[in-house]
Write a protein that binds this ligand. Structure first.
Ligand SMILES: Nc1ncnc2c1ncn2[C@@H]1O[C@H](COP(=O)(O)OP(=O)(O)OP(=O)(O)O)[C@@H](O)[C@H]1O
Ligand SMILES: [Mg+2]
Length: 611
């Protein structure tokens, strides 16, 4: 891409052929000062600048000056730069279709010059003198400056006072201008940026080099808080049918669900280095968060997508803020998977990992071992044939495996979530790990574990997805409403796929005869009632496609251990080990955290204890 840029630099500025002009997305290029800032930055970047300085007066309305150290414009070409449809960046339709520069329309400077007083001074690479072009008079005169270009834009919208009235306060316009620079700065860590307003330096981001350049720039621009609450992401997807041309790569950082905000103001998405607001990408990101972020919370991210330029059309919107992908499904999937993968990796995995031999010890019941009768007692407790195992009310089976037996000192240092110490108020598990104290919300954590297990089972049942069920030796009967009875009858097949067997016992009584094997410890009646309630709201034919995850989440909630249930230390340890092996275990199904670390240092601070 850089070599393409470099070769474009030395090309003359020429008028586009008329048939190409008509192909270019027309419309208003400059809506407010920030749009002019963005266009001028685009030009500086296309010119290979390494350092860019933006100066503004009155939020950019009185002055925007963008100075760069790029290749410059030879003086005989300066007047062409202000001409409409004149560009050095493309000259044919095929170049338009594979454009890798920010600019390609030859419109921006002409548009800005028509609504403001413009002046360009430039010294081209290899030339000994610099020239200044006055955009109003067309006068060209020599000036002194080093290599590069400065474009000055004064009195924006001076000739269209109505337009000027639509502008917000200077402070607001300035904020938009700074945001425009911030967007570009996040795309180009290799370029230094500084922003001045009313003669004062207000932002400065130094050039970064080396493999950590992007991380450094993200820290500088978005702050350490963003870095702490976000995860690295690096994803490549090769189309097995195509060559390198069909590769989609996505990298950057994505915020944890806890870092989500009430506004969508920290969502930066770049396609081949260009900041875009794209529906496909936004939807893909949103759906990747579906499982861990509920309600109106907005995820945060800075993501970079790279794709063959021929597979994306950047010429769809006059301000280039939107793009169109040739295969939007492919891109949607790549982005969704990239984010899902990052979110699925529990952050507790970043703590020292458990030794492999122990991590492999199965602590979980073999989910869905079919037709293994389970007795459900009045209070929903499960008892069953143990075959040397014990079934607890947590639904965890274990033999005398070394990991489940007395976890010793080793557990404290090796297991990311440590060794269980106690249960607090029937709600929290307290555990000790190498960092200090771990507090776990046991219901939230178990809910996630059950949910992930259900999802995995549901999708791994081959051709017809479904949960394996376990018959109850004594069916659980309950007094049902007419709707519940009707729903149970109408949705037999759906219920079956959910591992439930619910039949009418009498006109007003339903009997639950089987429940999903992995929810064997749950309350069969409660489970049946809530699933029927949800099914009643949906159309039978589509419910499993559309509402599958919601249904499974509801079921998980019923299957998860309730507050106020006393757990033994063994049970608590088993839960911690399961959390360590479960995707997305850091959040419950509603996006709340499942565990917190309280470090020794924090405890020391609490007790004013110096170490
Ligand atoms: N800072 C700069 N350094 C070097 N050349 C520049 C600079 N700014 C503009 N130019 C030259 O002026 C031409 C016109 O710029 P302008 O921004 O109007 O159009 P463009 O960048 O080609 O396309 P677009 O309208 O899509 O931005 C560019 O093609 C480029 O050759
Ligand atoms: Mg341009």
């Amino acid at each position: 891409m850089n070599t393409d840029r470099a070769s474009a630099l030395h090309r003359p500025i020429l008028e586009l052929p008329s048939e190409l002009i008509s192909q270019i997305a027309a419309g208003e290029v400059v809506e407010r000062p920030a749009s002019a800032v963005r266009e001028l930055l685009d030009n500086a970047l296309d010119a290979g600048a390494q350092q860019i300085t933006v100066r503004m007066l009155a939020g950019g309305v009185r002055l925007i000056a963008v100075e760069d150290d790029g290749t410059g414009i030879p003086h005989d070409q300066l007047p062409m730069a202000l001409k409409r449809h004149a560009t050095s960046k493309i000259s044919s339709l095929s170049e338009l279709e594979s454009v890798s520069t920010m600019g390609f329309r030859g419109e921006a400077l002409a548009a800005i010059n028509s609504i403001a007083e413009c002046a360009i001074s430039s010294r081209a690479a290899g030339q000994s003198s610099a020239y200044l072009l006055d955009g109003q008079s067309g006068e060209l005169k020599p000036v002194a400056r080093s290599q590069g270009t400065t474009v000055e834009v004064r009195e924006l919208f001076f000739s269209t006072p109505a337009r000027r009235k639509f502008l917000k306060t200077d402070t607001t316009e300035l904020a938009h201008c700074v945001e425009a620079v911030r967007r570009q700065a996040l795309a180009r860590p290799d370029v230094g940026f500084s922003i001045w307003s009313e003669g004062k330096l207000i932002e400065q981001w130094r050039r970064c080099e080396g493999p950590q350049a992007l991380q450094q720039r993200l820290t500088d621009v978005l702050g350490p808080d963003f870095m702490e609450r976000s995860m690295l992401l690096n994803y490549r997807r090769e189309n097995p049918l195509g060559g390198a041309a069909t590769t989609v790569a996505v990298w950057g950082r994505v915020g944890t669900p806890e870092a989500a905000r009430s506004r969508a103001d920290q969502q930066f998405f770049y396609v081949n280095g260009r900041f875009v607001r794209d529906k496909v990408l936004a939807h893909a990101a949103r759906s990747a968060f579906e499982d861990v972020l509920h309600g109106q919370r907005q995820p945060v991210y800075a993501l970079y997508l790279e794709i063959d330029p021929r597979r994306v059309d950047v010429n769809v919107h006059p301000t280039k803020i939107e793009v169109r992908f040739r295969d939007s499904r492919e891109v949607h999937q790549a982005v969704r998977h990239a984010i899902e993968d990052a979110l699925a990796t529990p952050r507790l995995g970043q703590l020292p990992a458990a030794p492999a031999s122990q991590a492999e010890t199965p602590l979980m019941p073999e989910p869905g071992r079919p037709n293994n009768p389970v007795y459900i007692s009045q209070n929903g407790m499960a008892f069953g044939p143990t075959q040397g195992h014990r079934v607890s009310d947590l639904g965890l089976l274990w033999s005398a495996s070394p990991a489940a037996a007395e976890p010793g000192e080793e557990a404290v240092t090796c297991w990311p979530l440590g060794r269980a110490l106690a249960q607090l108020q029937g709600v929290y598990i307290l555990a000790e790990n190498a960092q200090g104290l771990v507090v776990v919300d046991m219901h939230a954590a178990h809910e996630r574990i059950v949910y992930e297990r259900l999802k995995a089972q549901f999708s791994s049942q081959g051709g017809s997805p479904g949960l394996s069920s376990q018959p109850l030796l004594i069916p659980a009967t309950f007094a049902a409403t007419e709707t519940e009875v009707a729903t149970a009858e109408a949705q037999v097949e759906t219920l079956q796929r959910l591992g439930l067997d619910i039949t009418a016992f009498s006109a007003k009584t339903l009997a639950v005869r089987a429940i999903p094997a992995s929810l064997a410890q749950g309350d069969a009646t409660e489970l049946a009632r809530s699933v029927l309630a949800e099914l009643a709201e949906h159309d039978a034919s589509t419910v499993l496609q559309r509402a599958q995850n919601e249904l499974l989440a509801t079921m998980a909630c019923h299957g998860a251990v309730r507050a106020n249930r006393r757990l033994s230390l063994e049970e608590m340890d088993a839960l911690l080990r399961q959390m360590e092996e479960t995707d997305r275990a850091d959040q419950c199904n509603h996006g709340r955290p499942t565990w917190r670390q309280i470090s020794l240092r924090e405890l020391d601070t609490l007790f004013l204890r110096g170490r």
